[in-house]
Ligand binder design. Structure first.
Ligand code: ADP
Length: 461
């Protein structure tokens, strides 16, 4: 494999982006002042295309459109079953365009096209399908009331949902936000991440094709500092759903209260523990830990980055992990043989590199990686640090890159308290063949999701 330079690639891009405008009120429009920004291919480090950049005026237009669609349009009269049918139709259209969406996602985000085709796109389609099925199964309660009184609850759509998503899984994040809101009967203004606007716009076209009424879904490409921040303070927004960094989540929580009480849902960072018990199948544990930490080049909030390994199997685990990590094929995101793409941007690479320097400086042992990549693309080689201690920065802060921290333990209550000693609490993993130990750990770990004997993060690949 030759290392290409200067914006070349070994594989041609089979699909060019078709849509770069803003999707407001069922129409494709330019931004109010004609501002655009360029989206960069993380492999060639070259601009892909200019995209319309939403301004605060565009946010106003989009929120107005969503408000109107909620308050006056046909959407509120659409039955739950019809909403479900539309979501199912969208799901089918996504699978019909799987190849194109996967290539577009790989181009804009840098992830390997094979993963996008087997993971991101089917996962997106299944999300819309799942919520399509759920739409007419949203039910309330009947409450015991005395005499002739009748008391019941109805689940009502909240109204206009402002949804802000990150760049690591552009299609999946879009689906996780849109599908439940639409199933419930809300209308949406979505702002995508400035690094990855393209696949979401293609979904906008498919939303049109599926036949959703105008204004029900509005999609804005743009930045957080202006369009995003304004959207979260807009008085006509009823609900905010955000996935991204903890810092921005905090800011959104604060901003959202400036113009009344909005409901806010935040999905933020992680520094998840993955506990490898002494009775685990070591090769299997190595494979799971590798996937859980390195998939998507480690740019995943629930990545298992603090790998606690029992001292009886510690050395074997490290040897096998180094072997497996060295098999990663770094390269062109459009090449079907690539298993690890570049990071999203040069800033992200700098940030991850800073953590690698900090790990070295604070005395962790480099087992593999941690040396610069020679070639184009914002790559970081899969890196494994051993002899990591809890107080090291690399054991505490979210790195969001392909960097694994291996920590040693010998006592289960000790490892539970170390695993729980974090500001986060997103996910955790356990590898064990002892069912009693599995339940004990599941019940003791303070994390939203606990994976047992897998760290597949919900991937079917
Ligand atoms: P990351 O560090 O992964 O890029 P961010 O939290 O910075 O995550 O970004 C996630 C999303 O939040 C992006 O769509 C970004 O544009 C948006 N965003 C950033 N800052 C703000 C803000 N102040 N208000 C609303 N959205 C924002």
């Amino acid at each position: 494999r030759s290392l290409l330079k200067n914006g070349q690639r070994s594989f041609g891009t089979r699909f060019k982006p078709r849509q770069t405008q803003l999707f407001i009120d069922g129409k494709w429009v330019n931004s109010a002042h004609g501002d655009t920004f360029e989206t960069i291919d993380p492999y060639t480090e070259q601009p892909i295309i200019q995209v319309q950049r939403a301004s605060v005026e565009d946010v106003d237009r989009a929120v107005y459109s969503a408000r109107k669609a909620f308050d006056q349009g046909p959407w509120r009269k659409t039955s739950a079953t019809e909403r479900g049918d539309l979501l199912m139709k969208l799901s089918d259209l996504i699978m019909q365009n799987c190849d194109e969406l996967a290539h577009l996602e790989a181009l804009d985000n840098g992830k390997p096209v094979t993963f996008a085709k087997m993971g991101d796109v089917p996962g997106t389609a299944r999300t819309f399908q799942y919520f399509g099925g759920l739409a007419n199964k949203i039910v309330g309660d009947t409450i015991q009331a005395p005499g002739n009184f009748h008391a019941y609850t109805r689940k009502e759509p909240v109204g206009v949902a402002a949804q802000i998503i990150p760049w690591n899984f552009p299609l999946v994040m879009q689906a996780w936000k849109l599908a439940p809101a639409l199933a419930a009967g809300c209308t949406v203004v979505m702002k995508t991440a400035e690094q990855t606007p393209l696949s979401a716009l293609r979904i906008g076209e498919l939303i049109q094709q599926a036949g959703f009424p105008d204004g029900v879904v509005n999609i804005l490409s743009g930045f957080g500092e202006d369009a995003g921040a304004y959207l979260t303070t807009h008085p006509d927004v009823d609900k905010i759903a955000f996935t991204g960094s903890t810092e921005v989540g905090l800011e959104i929580m604060r901003n959202s209260s400036k113009t009344g009480l909005k409901r806010v849902t935040l999905e933020l960072g992680g520094k998840s523990p993955n506990i490898i018990c002494e009775d685990a199948d070591v090769s299997e544990a190595v494979a799971q830990a590798n996937f859980g930490c390195f998939v998507n080049a480690g740019q995943i909030c629930s990545a298992g980055t603090r790998v606690f390994v029992h001292d009886k199997i510690y050395d074997e685990f490290i040897d096998k992990s180094v072997q497996l990590a060295s098999q990663a094929v770094l390269g062109d995101s459009q090449d079907p043989n690539t298993t690890q793409g570049p990071l999203i941007s040069s800033e992200q690479r700098e940030k991850v590199w800073g953590y690698i320097e900090s790990g070295k400086g604070q005395g962790a042992s480099i087992m593999t990686g941690a040396d610069p990549y020679d070639g184009q693309g914002y790559f970081i080689k899969p890196t494994i640090f051993a002899d990591v201690h809890d107080e090291m920065t690399i054991a505490k802060e979210e790195i969001f890159g392909p960097v694994m921290q291996v920590l040693k333990f010998s006592d289960y209550d000790e490892v539970i308290s170390r695993a729980n000693n974090t500001d986060y609490g997103l996910a955790a993993g356990i590898m064990t063949n002892d069912i009693g130990r599995a339940f004990y750990l599941v019940n003791s770990l303070r994390a939203g999701t606990v994976f047992v004997n897998n760290y597949r993060l919900g991937f079917d690949i």
